[in-house]
Structures are given as C-alpha cells and as structure tokens.
Write a protein that binds this ligand. Structure first.
Ligand code: NCD
Length: 330
C-alpha cells in the first residue's frame, strides 16, 4: 500500500461502500426533509450516484447481505413500496412485505407502536406508510431500529422529495436560480409539502398553481417565507408558465376529500396537454410523483421534457442510498 495516500477527512467524505458506522445517517430515522441540509443532500446524491453505477454495471450486489427490511404500508402504493423492495434486493438484502395491513394483526386492532415493536424483532429497518400525519414520528419513538417515512397522510414524503430533487439535479444540472411551479392538489399532496421545504435550502422561486380550495397550507408558506424564498400563488398556470423551469404536477388526492362532489368540482381543474407544452420553455421539465389520473394527457409522454418516467428510476438509487446509509454501509 502506498504511504502517500491522502488523509481521509470526515467532512463530507463519501467512502463508497465502506463500513461507516460513524457516518451521519447510521441508525437514524428518515422522518422529514427538515432534517437535511445542503451538504447532507450532496452526500446522499453522491451515494445514489454510486448506486446507479453499480446497478448499471452489475445489477445486484451484496452490500446489505443478511439485512432485512420490513415494508409496512397502511395505504396503497406501487412505486414507493416496490422501489424499496427492489432497492433492498439489489443490495443483497431481503424484505418482509406488509402491503395489506388488512391481513396482518392491524385488523385485529393492534396499535402502530406494537406493530413496529414486533417487526423490529425480525427486521433491521422499517419503511412505513400510514394515513395519519406524524405516524412515522410516533413509530420512531417506540422503535429502536431506523424508521423511514414513506408518506404520513397529508404530512410529508421525504424519500419522494429526495428523488424529486435528484431528478432536477440530473436533468437540469442546477437547482439555484430555478423557477419551480407546483400544480394541482397542494393542500393534500404530501410530496409537494416535502419538496417545497427541501427546495427552500436553495435559491429558487416557487410558484403554486391550484384551485382555491387546494392551496398550499399557510404554515408551509410561512415556514418557507422565513428562509427568504420567493413564493407566488396563482389561480391559473398561464401567469407562471413562461418562466417555469420545473413544472411539478400532482394528482388531486380523491381519498382525502370528505365530500366527493367537491372532488368532482376540482379534479380536472388543470390538465397539461400539448398546447401547454407548446407555450413552455424548451428546457423545462415536467415532473409528477405518479400515479397520474388525468392531469397530464398521454400525448405529453412523448415530449422529451416529460421527465416523470425517468423520475421513478432515480427513486431506486435514492432508496438504495438511504438504506445503505441508515444501515451503516455507505
Ligand atoms: C404519491 C404519494 O403517495 O403521496 N405517490 C408516490 O409515492 N409516488 C403521490 C400520490 O399518491 O398522488
């Protein structure tokens, strides 16, 4: 071994796939984007990049061999659940899937704290999606093993926001200076709650386009205001479209409405179609956490600016990175 190896410092150093039990996220919960600063994000994206290289090169490898993830989903999921499963399996680990709590002891009346204290006897990390705001925080109070919030009701969806931000970085090669327009259900959409907070670490302009009854919650706007970020609310897309670099479209969250006629009134308030795209910047990207219902017409899929299918793939690498990090292997 050379005696001239440069010293490795702890400051933001990324050691690919070493055993780093002193690494910043080892044993930590991932509950909210509020826990991250910009250097954390650089670190996570550095690990995610390495994951991508490894997946492209060898597909599956044994970084987390012998580790077990419990995937505990109290709400429907396609992408989040299957990408965490794929992430764990690509890292050589395995998964206890509880996608249908109906068939678990939850249907017998078991509480969330008891369920997580059960699963942590068998698993090393728990990914939790739950309809109640703060559910993952509650679970983390009871669990000794790391809890990863995969969506807590209308609260947050931090791993989605990380993959959303990585998509912006990969597609546009910058975050500072961008104008990001969030459109659709900003009241109930947890992905935009997390993404807006995460973007407020950068020098961005945020535009919110929604029906009156689905506006971005005031407490989030106030929180972001305190960071000195420019935010503007709009009732139509036209007033923001020409300056938009990232158009982040969301589904109207039907399951969160108490009155279905209210949902019917707003469900098609905004539809992105070829005409919208013809008036947008040539370098704009369109994102969507998916599932899409009718808010982006399918003709838009063929436009190279439609980034929503690429966005899903970034989710695999971000979730691989997070699992490796909380389990002390990055
Ligand atoms: C989102 C969610 O569950 O909040 N989906 C996802 O995780 N990609 C968005 C949604 O359901 O509309």
């Amino acid at each position: 071994m050379s005696t001239h190896m440069p010293a490795i410092t702890s400051e933001n150093t990324f050691l690919p796939f070493g055993d780093q039990r002193n690494a910043p996220f080892y044993g930590k919960d991932i509950l909210s984007v509020k826990q991250f600063n910009r250097s954390d994000l650089d670190y996570i994206f550095g690990v995610a990049h390495e994951m991508r290289v490894m997946v492209e090169r060898i597909g599956t490898f044994d970084l987390l061999k012998g580790k077990i993830l419990a995937n505990l989903f109290y709400e429907p999921s396609t992408r989040t659940s299957s990408s965490f499963t794929a992430a764990m399996e690509r890292l050589g680990g395995s998964v206890i899937p509880i996608n249908e709590v109906r068939y678990s002891s939850v249907s017998k009346g078991e509480s969330l704290p008891d369920t997580v204290r059960t699963l942590e006897c068998y698993a090393d990390v728990i990914v939790l999606r739950h309809p109640d705001v703060g559910a993952s925080k509650l679970a983390a109070q009871y669990a000794r093993k790391p809890i990863i919030n995969a969506g807590d009701g209308v609260g947050e969806h931090p791993t989605q926001a990380l993959l959303d931000l990585l998509t912006i970085v990969e597609e546009l090669h910058q975050v500072d200076g961008l104008s990001v327009t969030m459109l659709g259900d900003l009241k109930y959409g947890r992905t935009v709650h997390s993404l807006a907070r995460l973007l407020s670490l950068y020098n961005v302009q945020l535009h919110y386009v929604s029906p009156e009854i689905l506006r971005m919650p005031k407490e989030i706007i106030d929180e972001i205001n305190k960071k000195g970020i420019q935010q503007k609310e709009h009732v139509d897309l036209d007033s923001a479209l020409s300056e938009t670099d990232v158009l982040y479209v969301t589904r109207v969250q039907k399951e969160r409405f108490s009155a279905l006629d209210e949902y019917e009134r707003v469900k098609d308030a905004f539809v992105i179609d070829l005409d919208t795209m013809s008036r947008a910047k040539s370098r704009m990207i369109v994102m969507h956490p998916l599932p899409r219902v009718s808010e982006i017409s399918i003709e838009v899929d063929a436009d190279p600016r439609a980034a929503y299918f690429r966005q899903m793939e970034y989710g695999l690498y971000v979730r691989m990175a997070l699992l490796a990090m909380v389990l002390g292997k990055s």
